[in-house]
Design a protein around this ligand. Sequence first.
Ligand SMILES: NC(=O)c1ccc[n+]([C@@H]2O[C@H](COP(=O)([O-])OP(=O)(O)OC[C@H]3O[C@@H](n4cnc5c(N)ncnc54)[C@H](OP(=O)(O)O)[C@@H]3O)[C@@H](O)[C@H]2O)c1
Length: 256
Amino acid sequence: MRLLGNESGVPHERLSITDAPAVEALIAAGRPDVVFNCAAYNEVDRAESASELAHAVNAAAPHNVALACNRHGAALVHFSTNFVFDGRKEEPYVEVDEPSPLSVYGRSKLEGERQVLQSGATALIIRTAAVFGGGVNFPMRILGRARFGERLRIVADQKVNPTYAKDLAAAAVELWESGVTGIVHAAADGCVSWDEFARAVLADFGVSAEVESVATTAFASAARRPANGCLATTRYRLLRPWRQALKEWSEETRRH
Ligand SMILES: NC(=O)c1ccc[n+]([C@@H]2O[C@H](COP(=O)([O-])OP(=O)(O)OC[C@H]3O[C@@H](n4cnc5c(N)ncnc54)[C@H](OP(=O)(O)O)[C@@H]3O)[C@@H](O)[C@H]2O)c1
């Protein structure tokens, strides 16, 4: 399988996804069967005052990637987010639910989905949520703050499926190999508030610290976020229960 993805050898420093001719040249030269586009401008709060950049990276660039894929016979696997929804639904969101993003980030990602779908490329769009497992992520930030003895005030009125990056990557490959196209939700089984997620992280890493549960209104965040950020699926299956995946990741991380 010839594969092209951000992590497999095309770092940001070498190529900006917003550079359409460079993206086209890369795909033309690499002749991949599939491109996994994991690039995103995902600074949710900063995006509120950087709307142009968010749209360039999250909407215009995926469109160009999709057009290049289409021209050079590659499929595209593109990632999107639970933040395309407004969180007002009582139940977890499935693929046919109407998006209605609350933030610039969410709107830019939704526009990216639409551009990719309209490009004519063979494209799979995977919406996911609260990814952990590598890089800077919520668990790592919580652990860092706990170790520095910082107060942990974590929101209790926003829910997400904490999704292990390794499980998500396996799902993405499986879905692509099965020839699935269009929008699919892939997120862990189980949806919890961020404070509950934080307590589980601390417990699994054996770090003793108190988590203070607070309302979203306790923070003056620039961007609004969905209260119900829970994903479900009618086109695939939920991934491994988040609690099980978190345990495995914490054990692996603590070993290294
Ligand atoms: N993390 C989550 O909780 C979450 C939840 C739902 C959906 N998603 C989606 O999942 C995908 C991956 O997100 P992630 O959390 O894994 O993000 P991440 O770790 O921050 O990765 C995003 C990558 O995009 C790169 N990038 C940013 N601007 C770029 C540009 N102009 N050209 C090329 N590369 C650029 C970044 O490179 P630099 O670091 O060099 O800037 C970084 O490697 C995104 O589509 C995101 O919307 C993530």
